[in-house]
Design a protein. Structure first.
Length: 255
């Protein structure tokens, strides 16, 4: 027999054997995958939760303003108000880090007569924002500010000092809600949740259910000074509440 034909025959038999072996391996892999899919499955659910809390910090923006004949007199008068303000801050243990000077200005003011404008004096202004950490003292603090002659309470923002901890509580609750849904679906199919495949955060927001910019105290518009009784009656309405939301998309493995 020709040696070349023998070699060719052996190679053909070898290739054929290898081809059959590959087909068998592919079959086993496909069969194993099919068995796994029939034994296990995924369930995708959403979980949403809201944690509602009361604000624990107030950011108060107000204005010191003085009108005098000369620029230096206006500045001196405003500086005197700032010293009184400093005494109020000490009374309520407000630290320097919680005080921000936003705007300082000295400008002329005019009177208009017979189509002519004439400078009749100067206005010194300072806009200041203060963070009140002991929010239960908010009413008394505003009352004392008005007593020293501040010109205007521009805005009061009630917020949370540590919002991240509340966000985490909402996330935990949202995950519990998602798992409850997944367990319901799994038990209906006679299966159990065995693992988590994926967690995606769709939203984690903060909604302030309050007057967002509490501009100009009510007492100013009514033409009288704010009293503690007035402030106490309106504090809860002003503070409102804060809703911290979390929304998750979760994929669970069931078996």
């Amino acid at each position: 027999m020709d040696p070349r034909k023998t070699v060719i025959k052996i190679l053909c038999i070898g290739y054929a054997t290898l081809f059959v072996l590959l087909l068998f391996i592919i079959y086993l892999l496909s069969f194993g995958k099919e068995q796994k899919l029939t034994a296990e499955g995924e369930v995708s659910v959403e979980g949403f939760a809201t944690i509602t809390v009361s604000p624990d910090v107030a950011n108060v923006s107000f204005e010191l303003s003085s009108k005098e004949k000369t620029a230096s007199e206006a500045k001196d008068a405003n500086d005197a108000k700032q010293i009184k303000m400093g005494n109020v801050l000490k009374k309520y243990n407000i630290q320097e880090k919680d005080l921000k000077m936003n705007y300082i200005n000295i400008r002329p003011y005019y009177e208009h007569n017979n189509g002519r404008s004439e400078i009749v004096g100067y206005i010194a202004q300072k806009t200041i924002t203060i963070k009140i950490r002991e929010i239960e003292k908010y009413n008394a603090f505003i009352d004392d500010l008005l007593k020293i002659g501040i010109s205007n309470v521009n805005s009061v923002e009630f917020t949370l000092e540590e919002v991240n901890s509340t966000k985490n509580q909402a996330r935990e609750k949202a995950l519990e809600v998602a798992r409850e849904k997944a367990e319901l679906y799994a038990s209906t199919l006679g299966k159990k949740i065995v693992d988590v495949v994926q967690i995606s955060e769709m939203d984690s927001g903060v909604k302030y259910n309050r007057v967002a910019n509490y501009r100009n105290t009510r007492m100013k518009s009514s033409g009288r000074a704010m009293t503690m009784e007035d402030a106490d009656a309106n504090l809860e309405e002003e503070r409102g509440s804060i809703a911290v939301n979390a929304s998750l998309f979760v994929v669970f493995l069931m078996k």
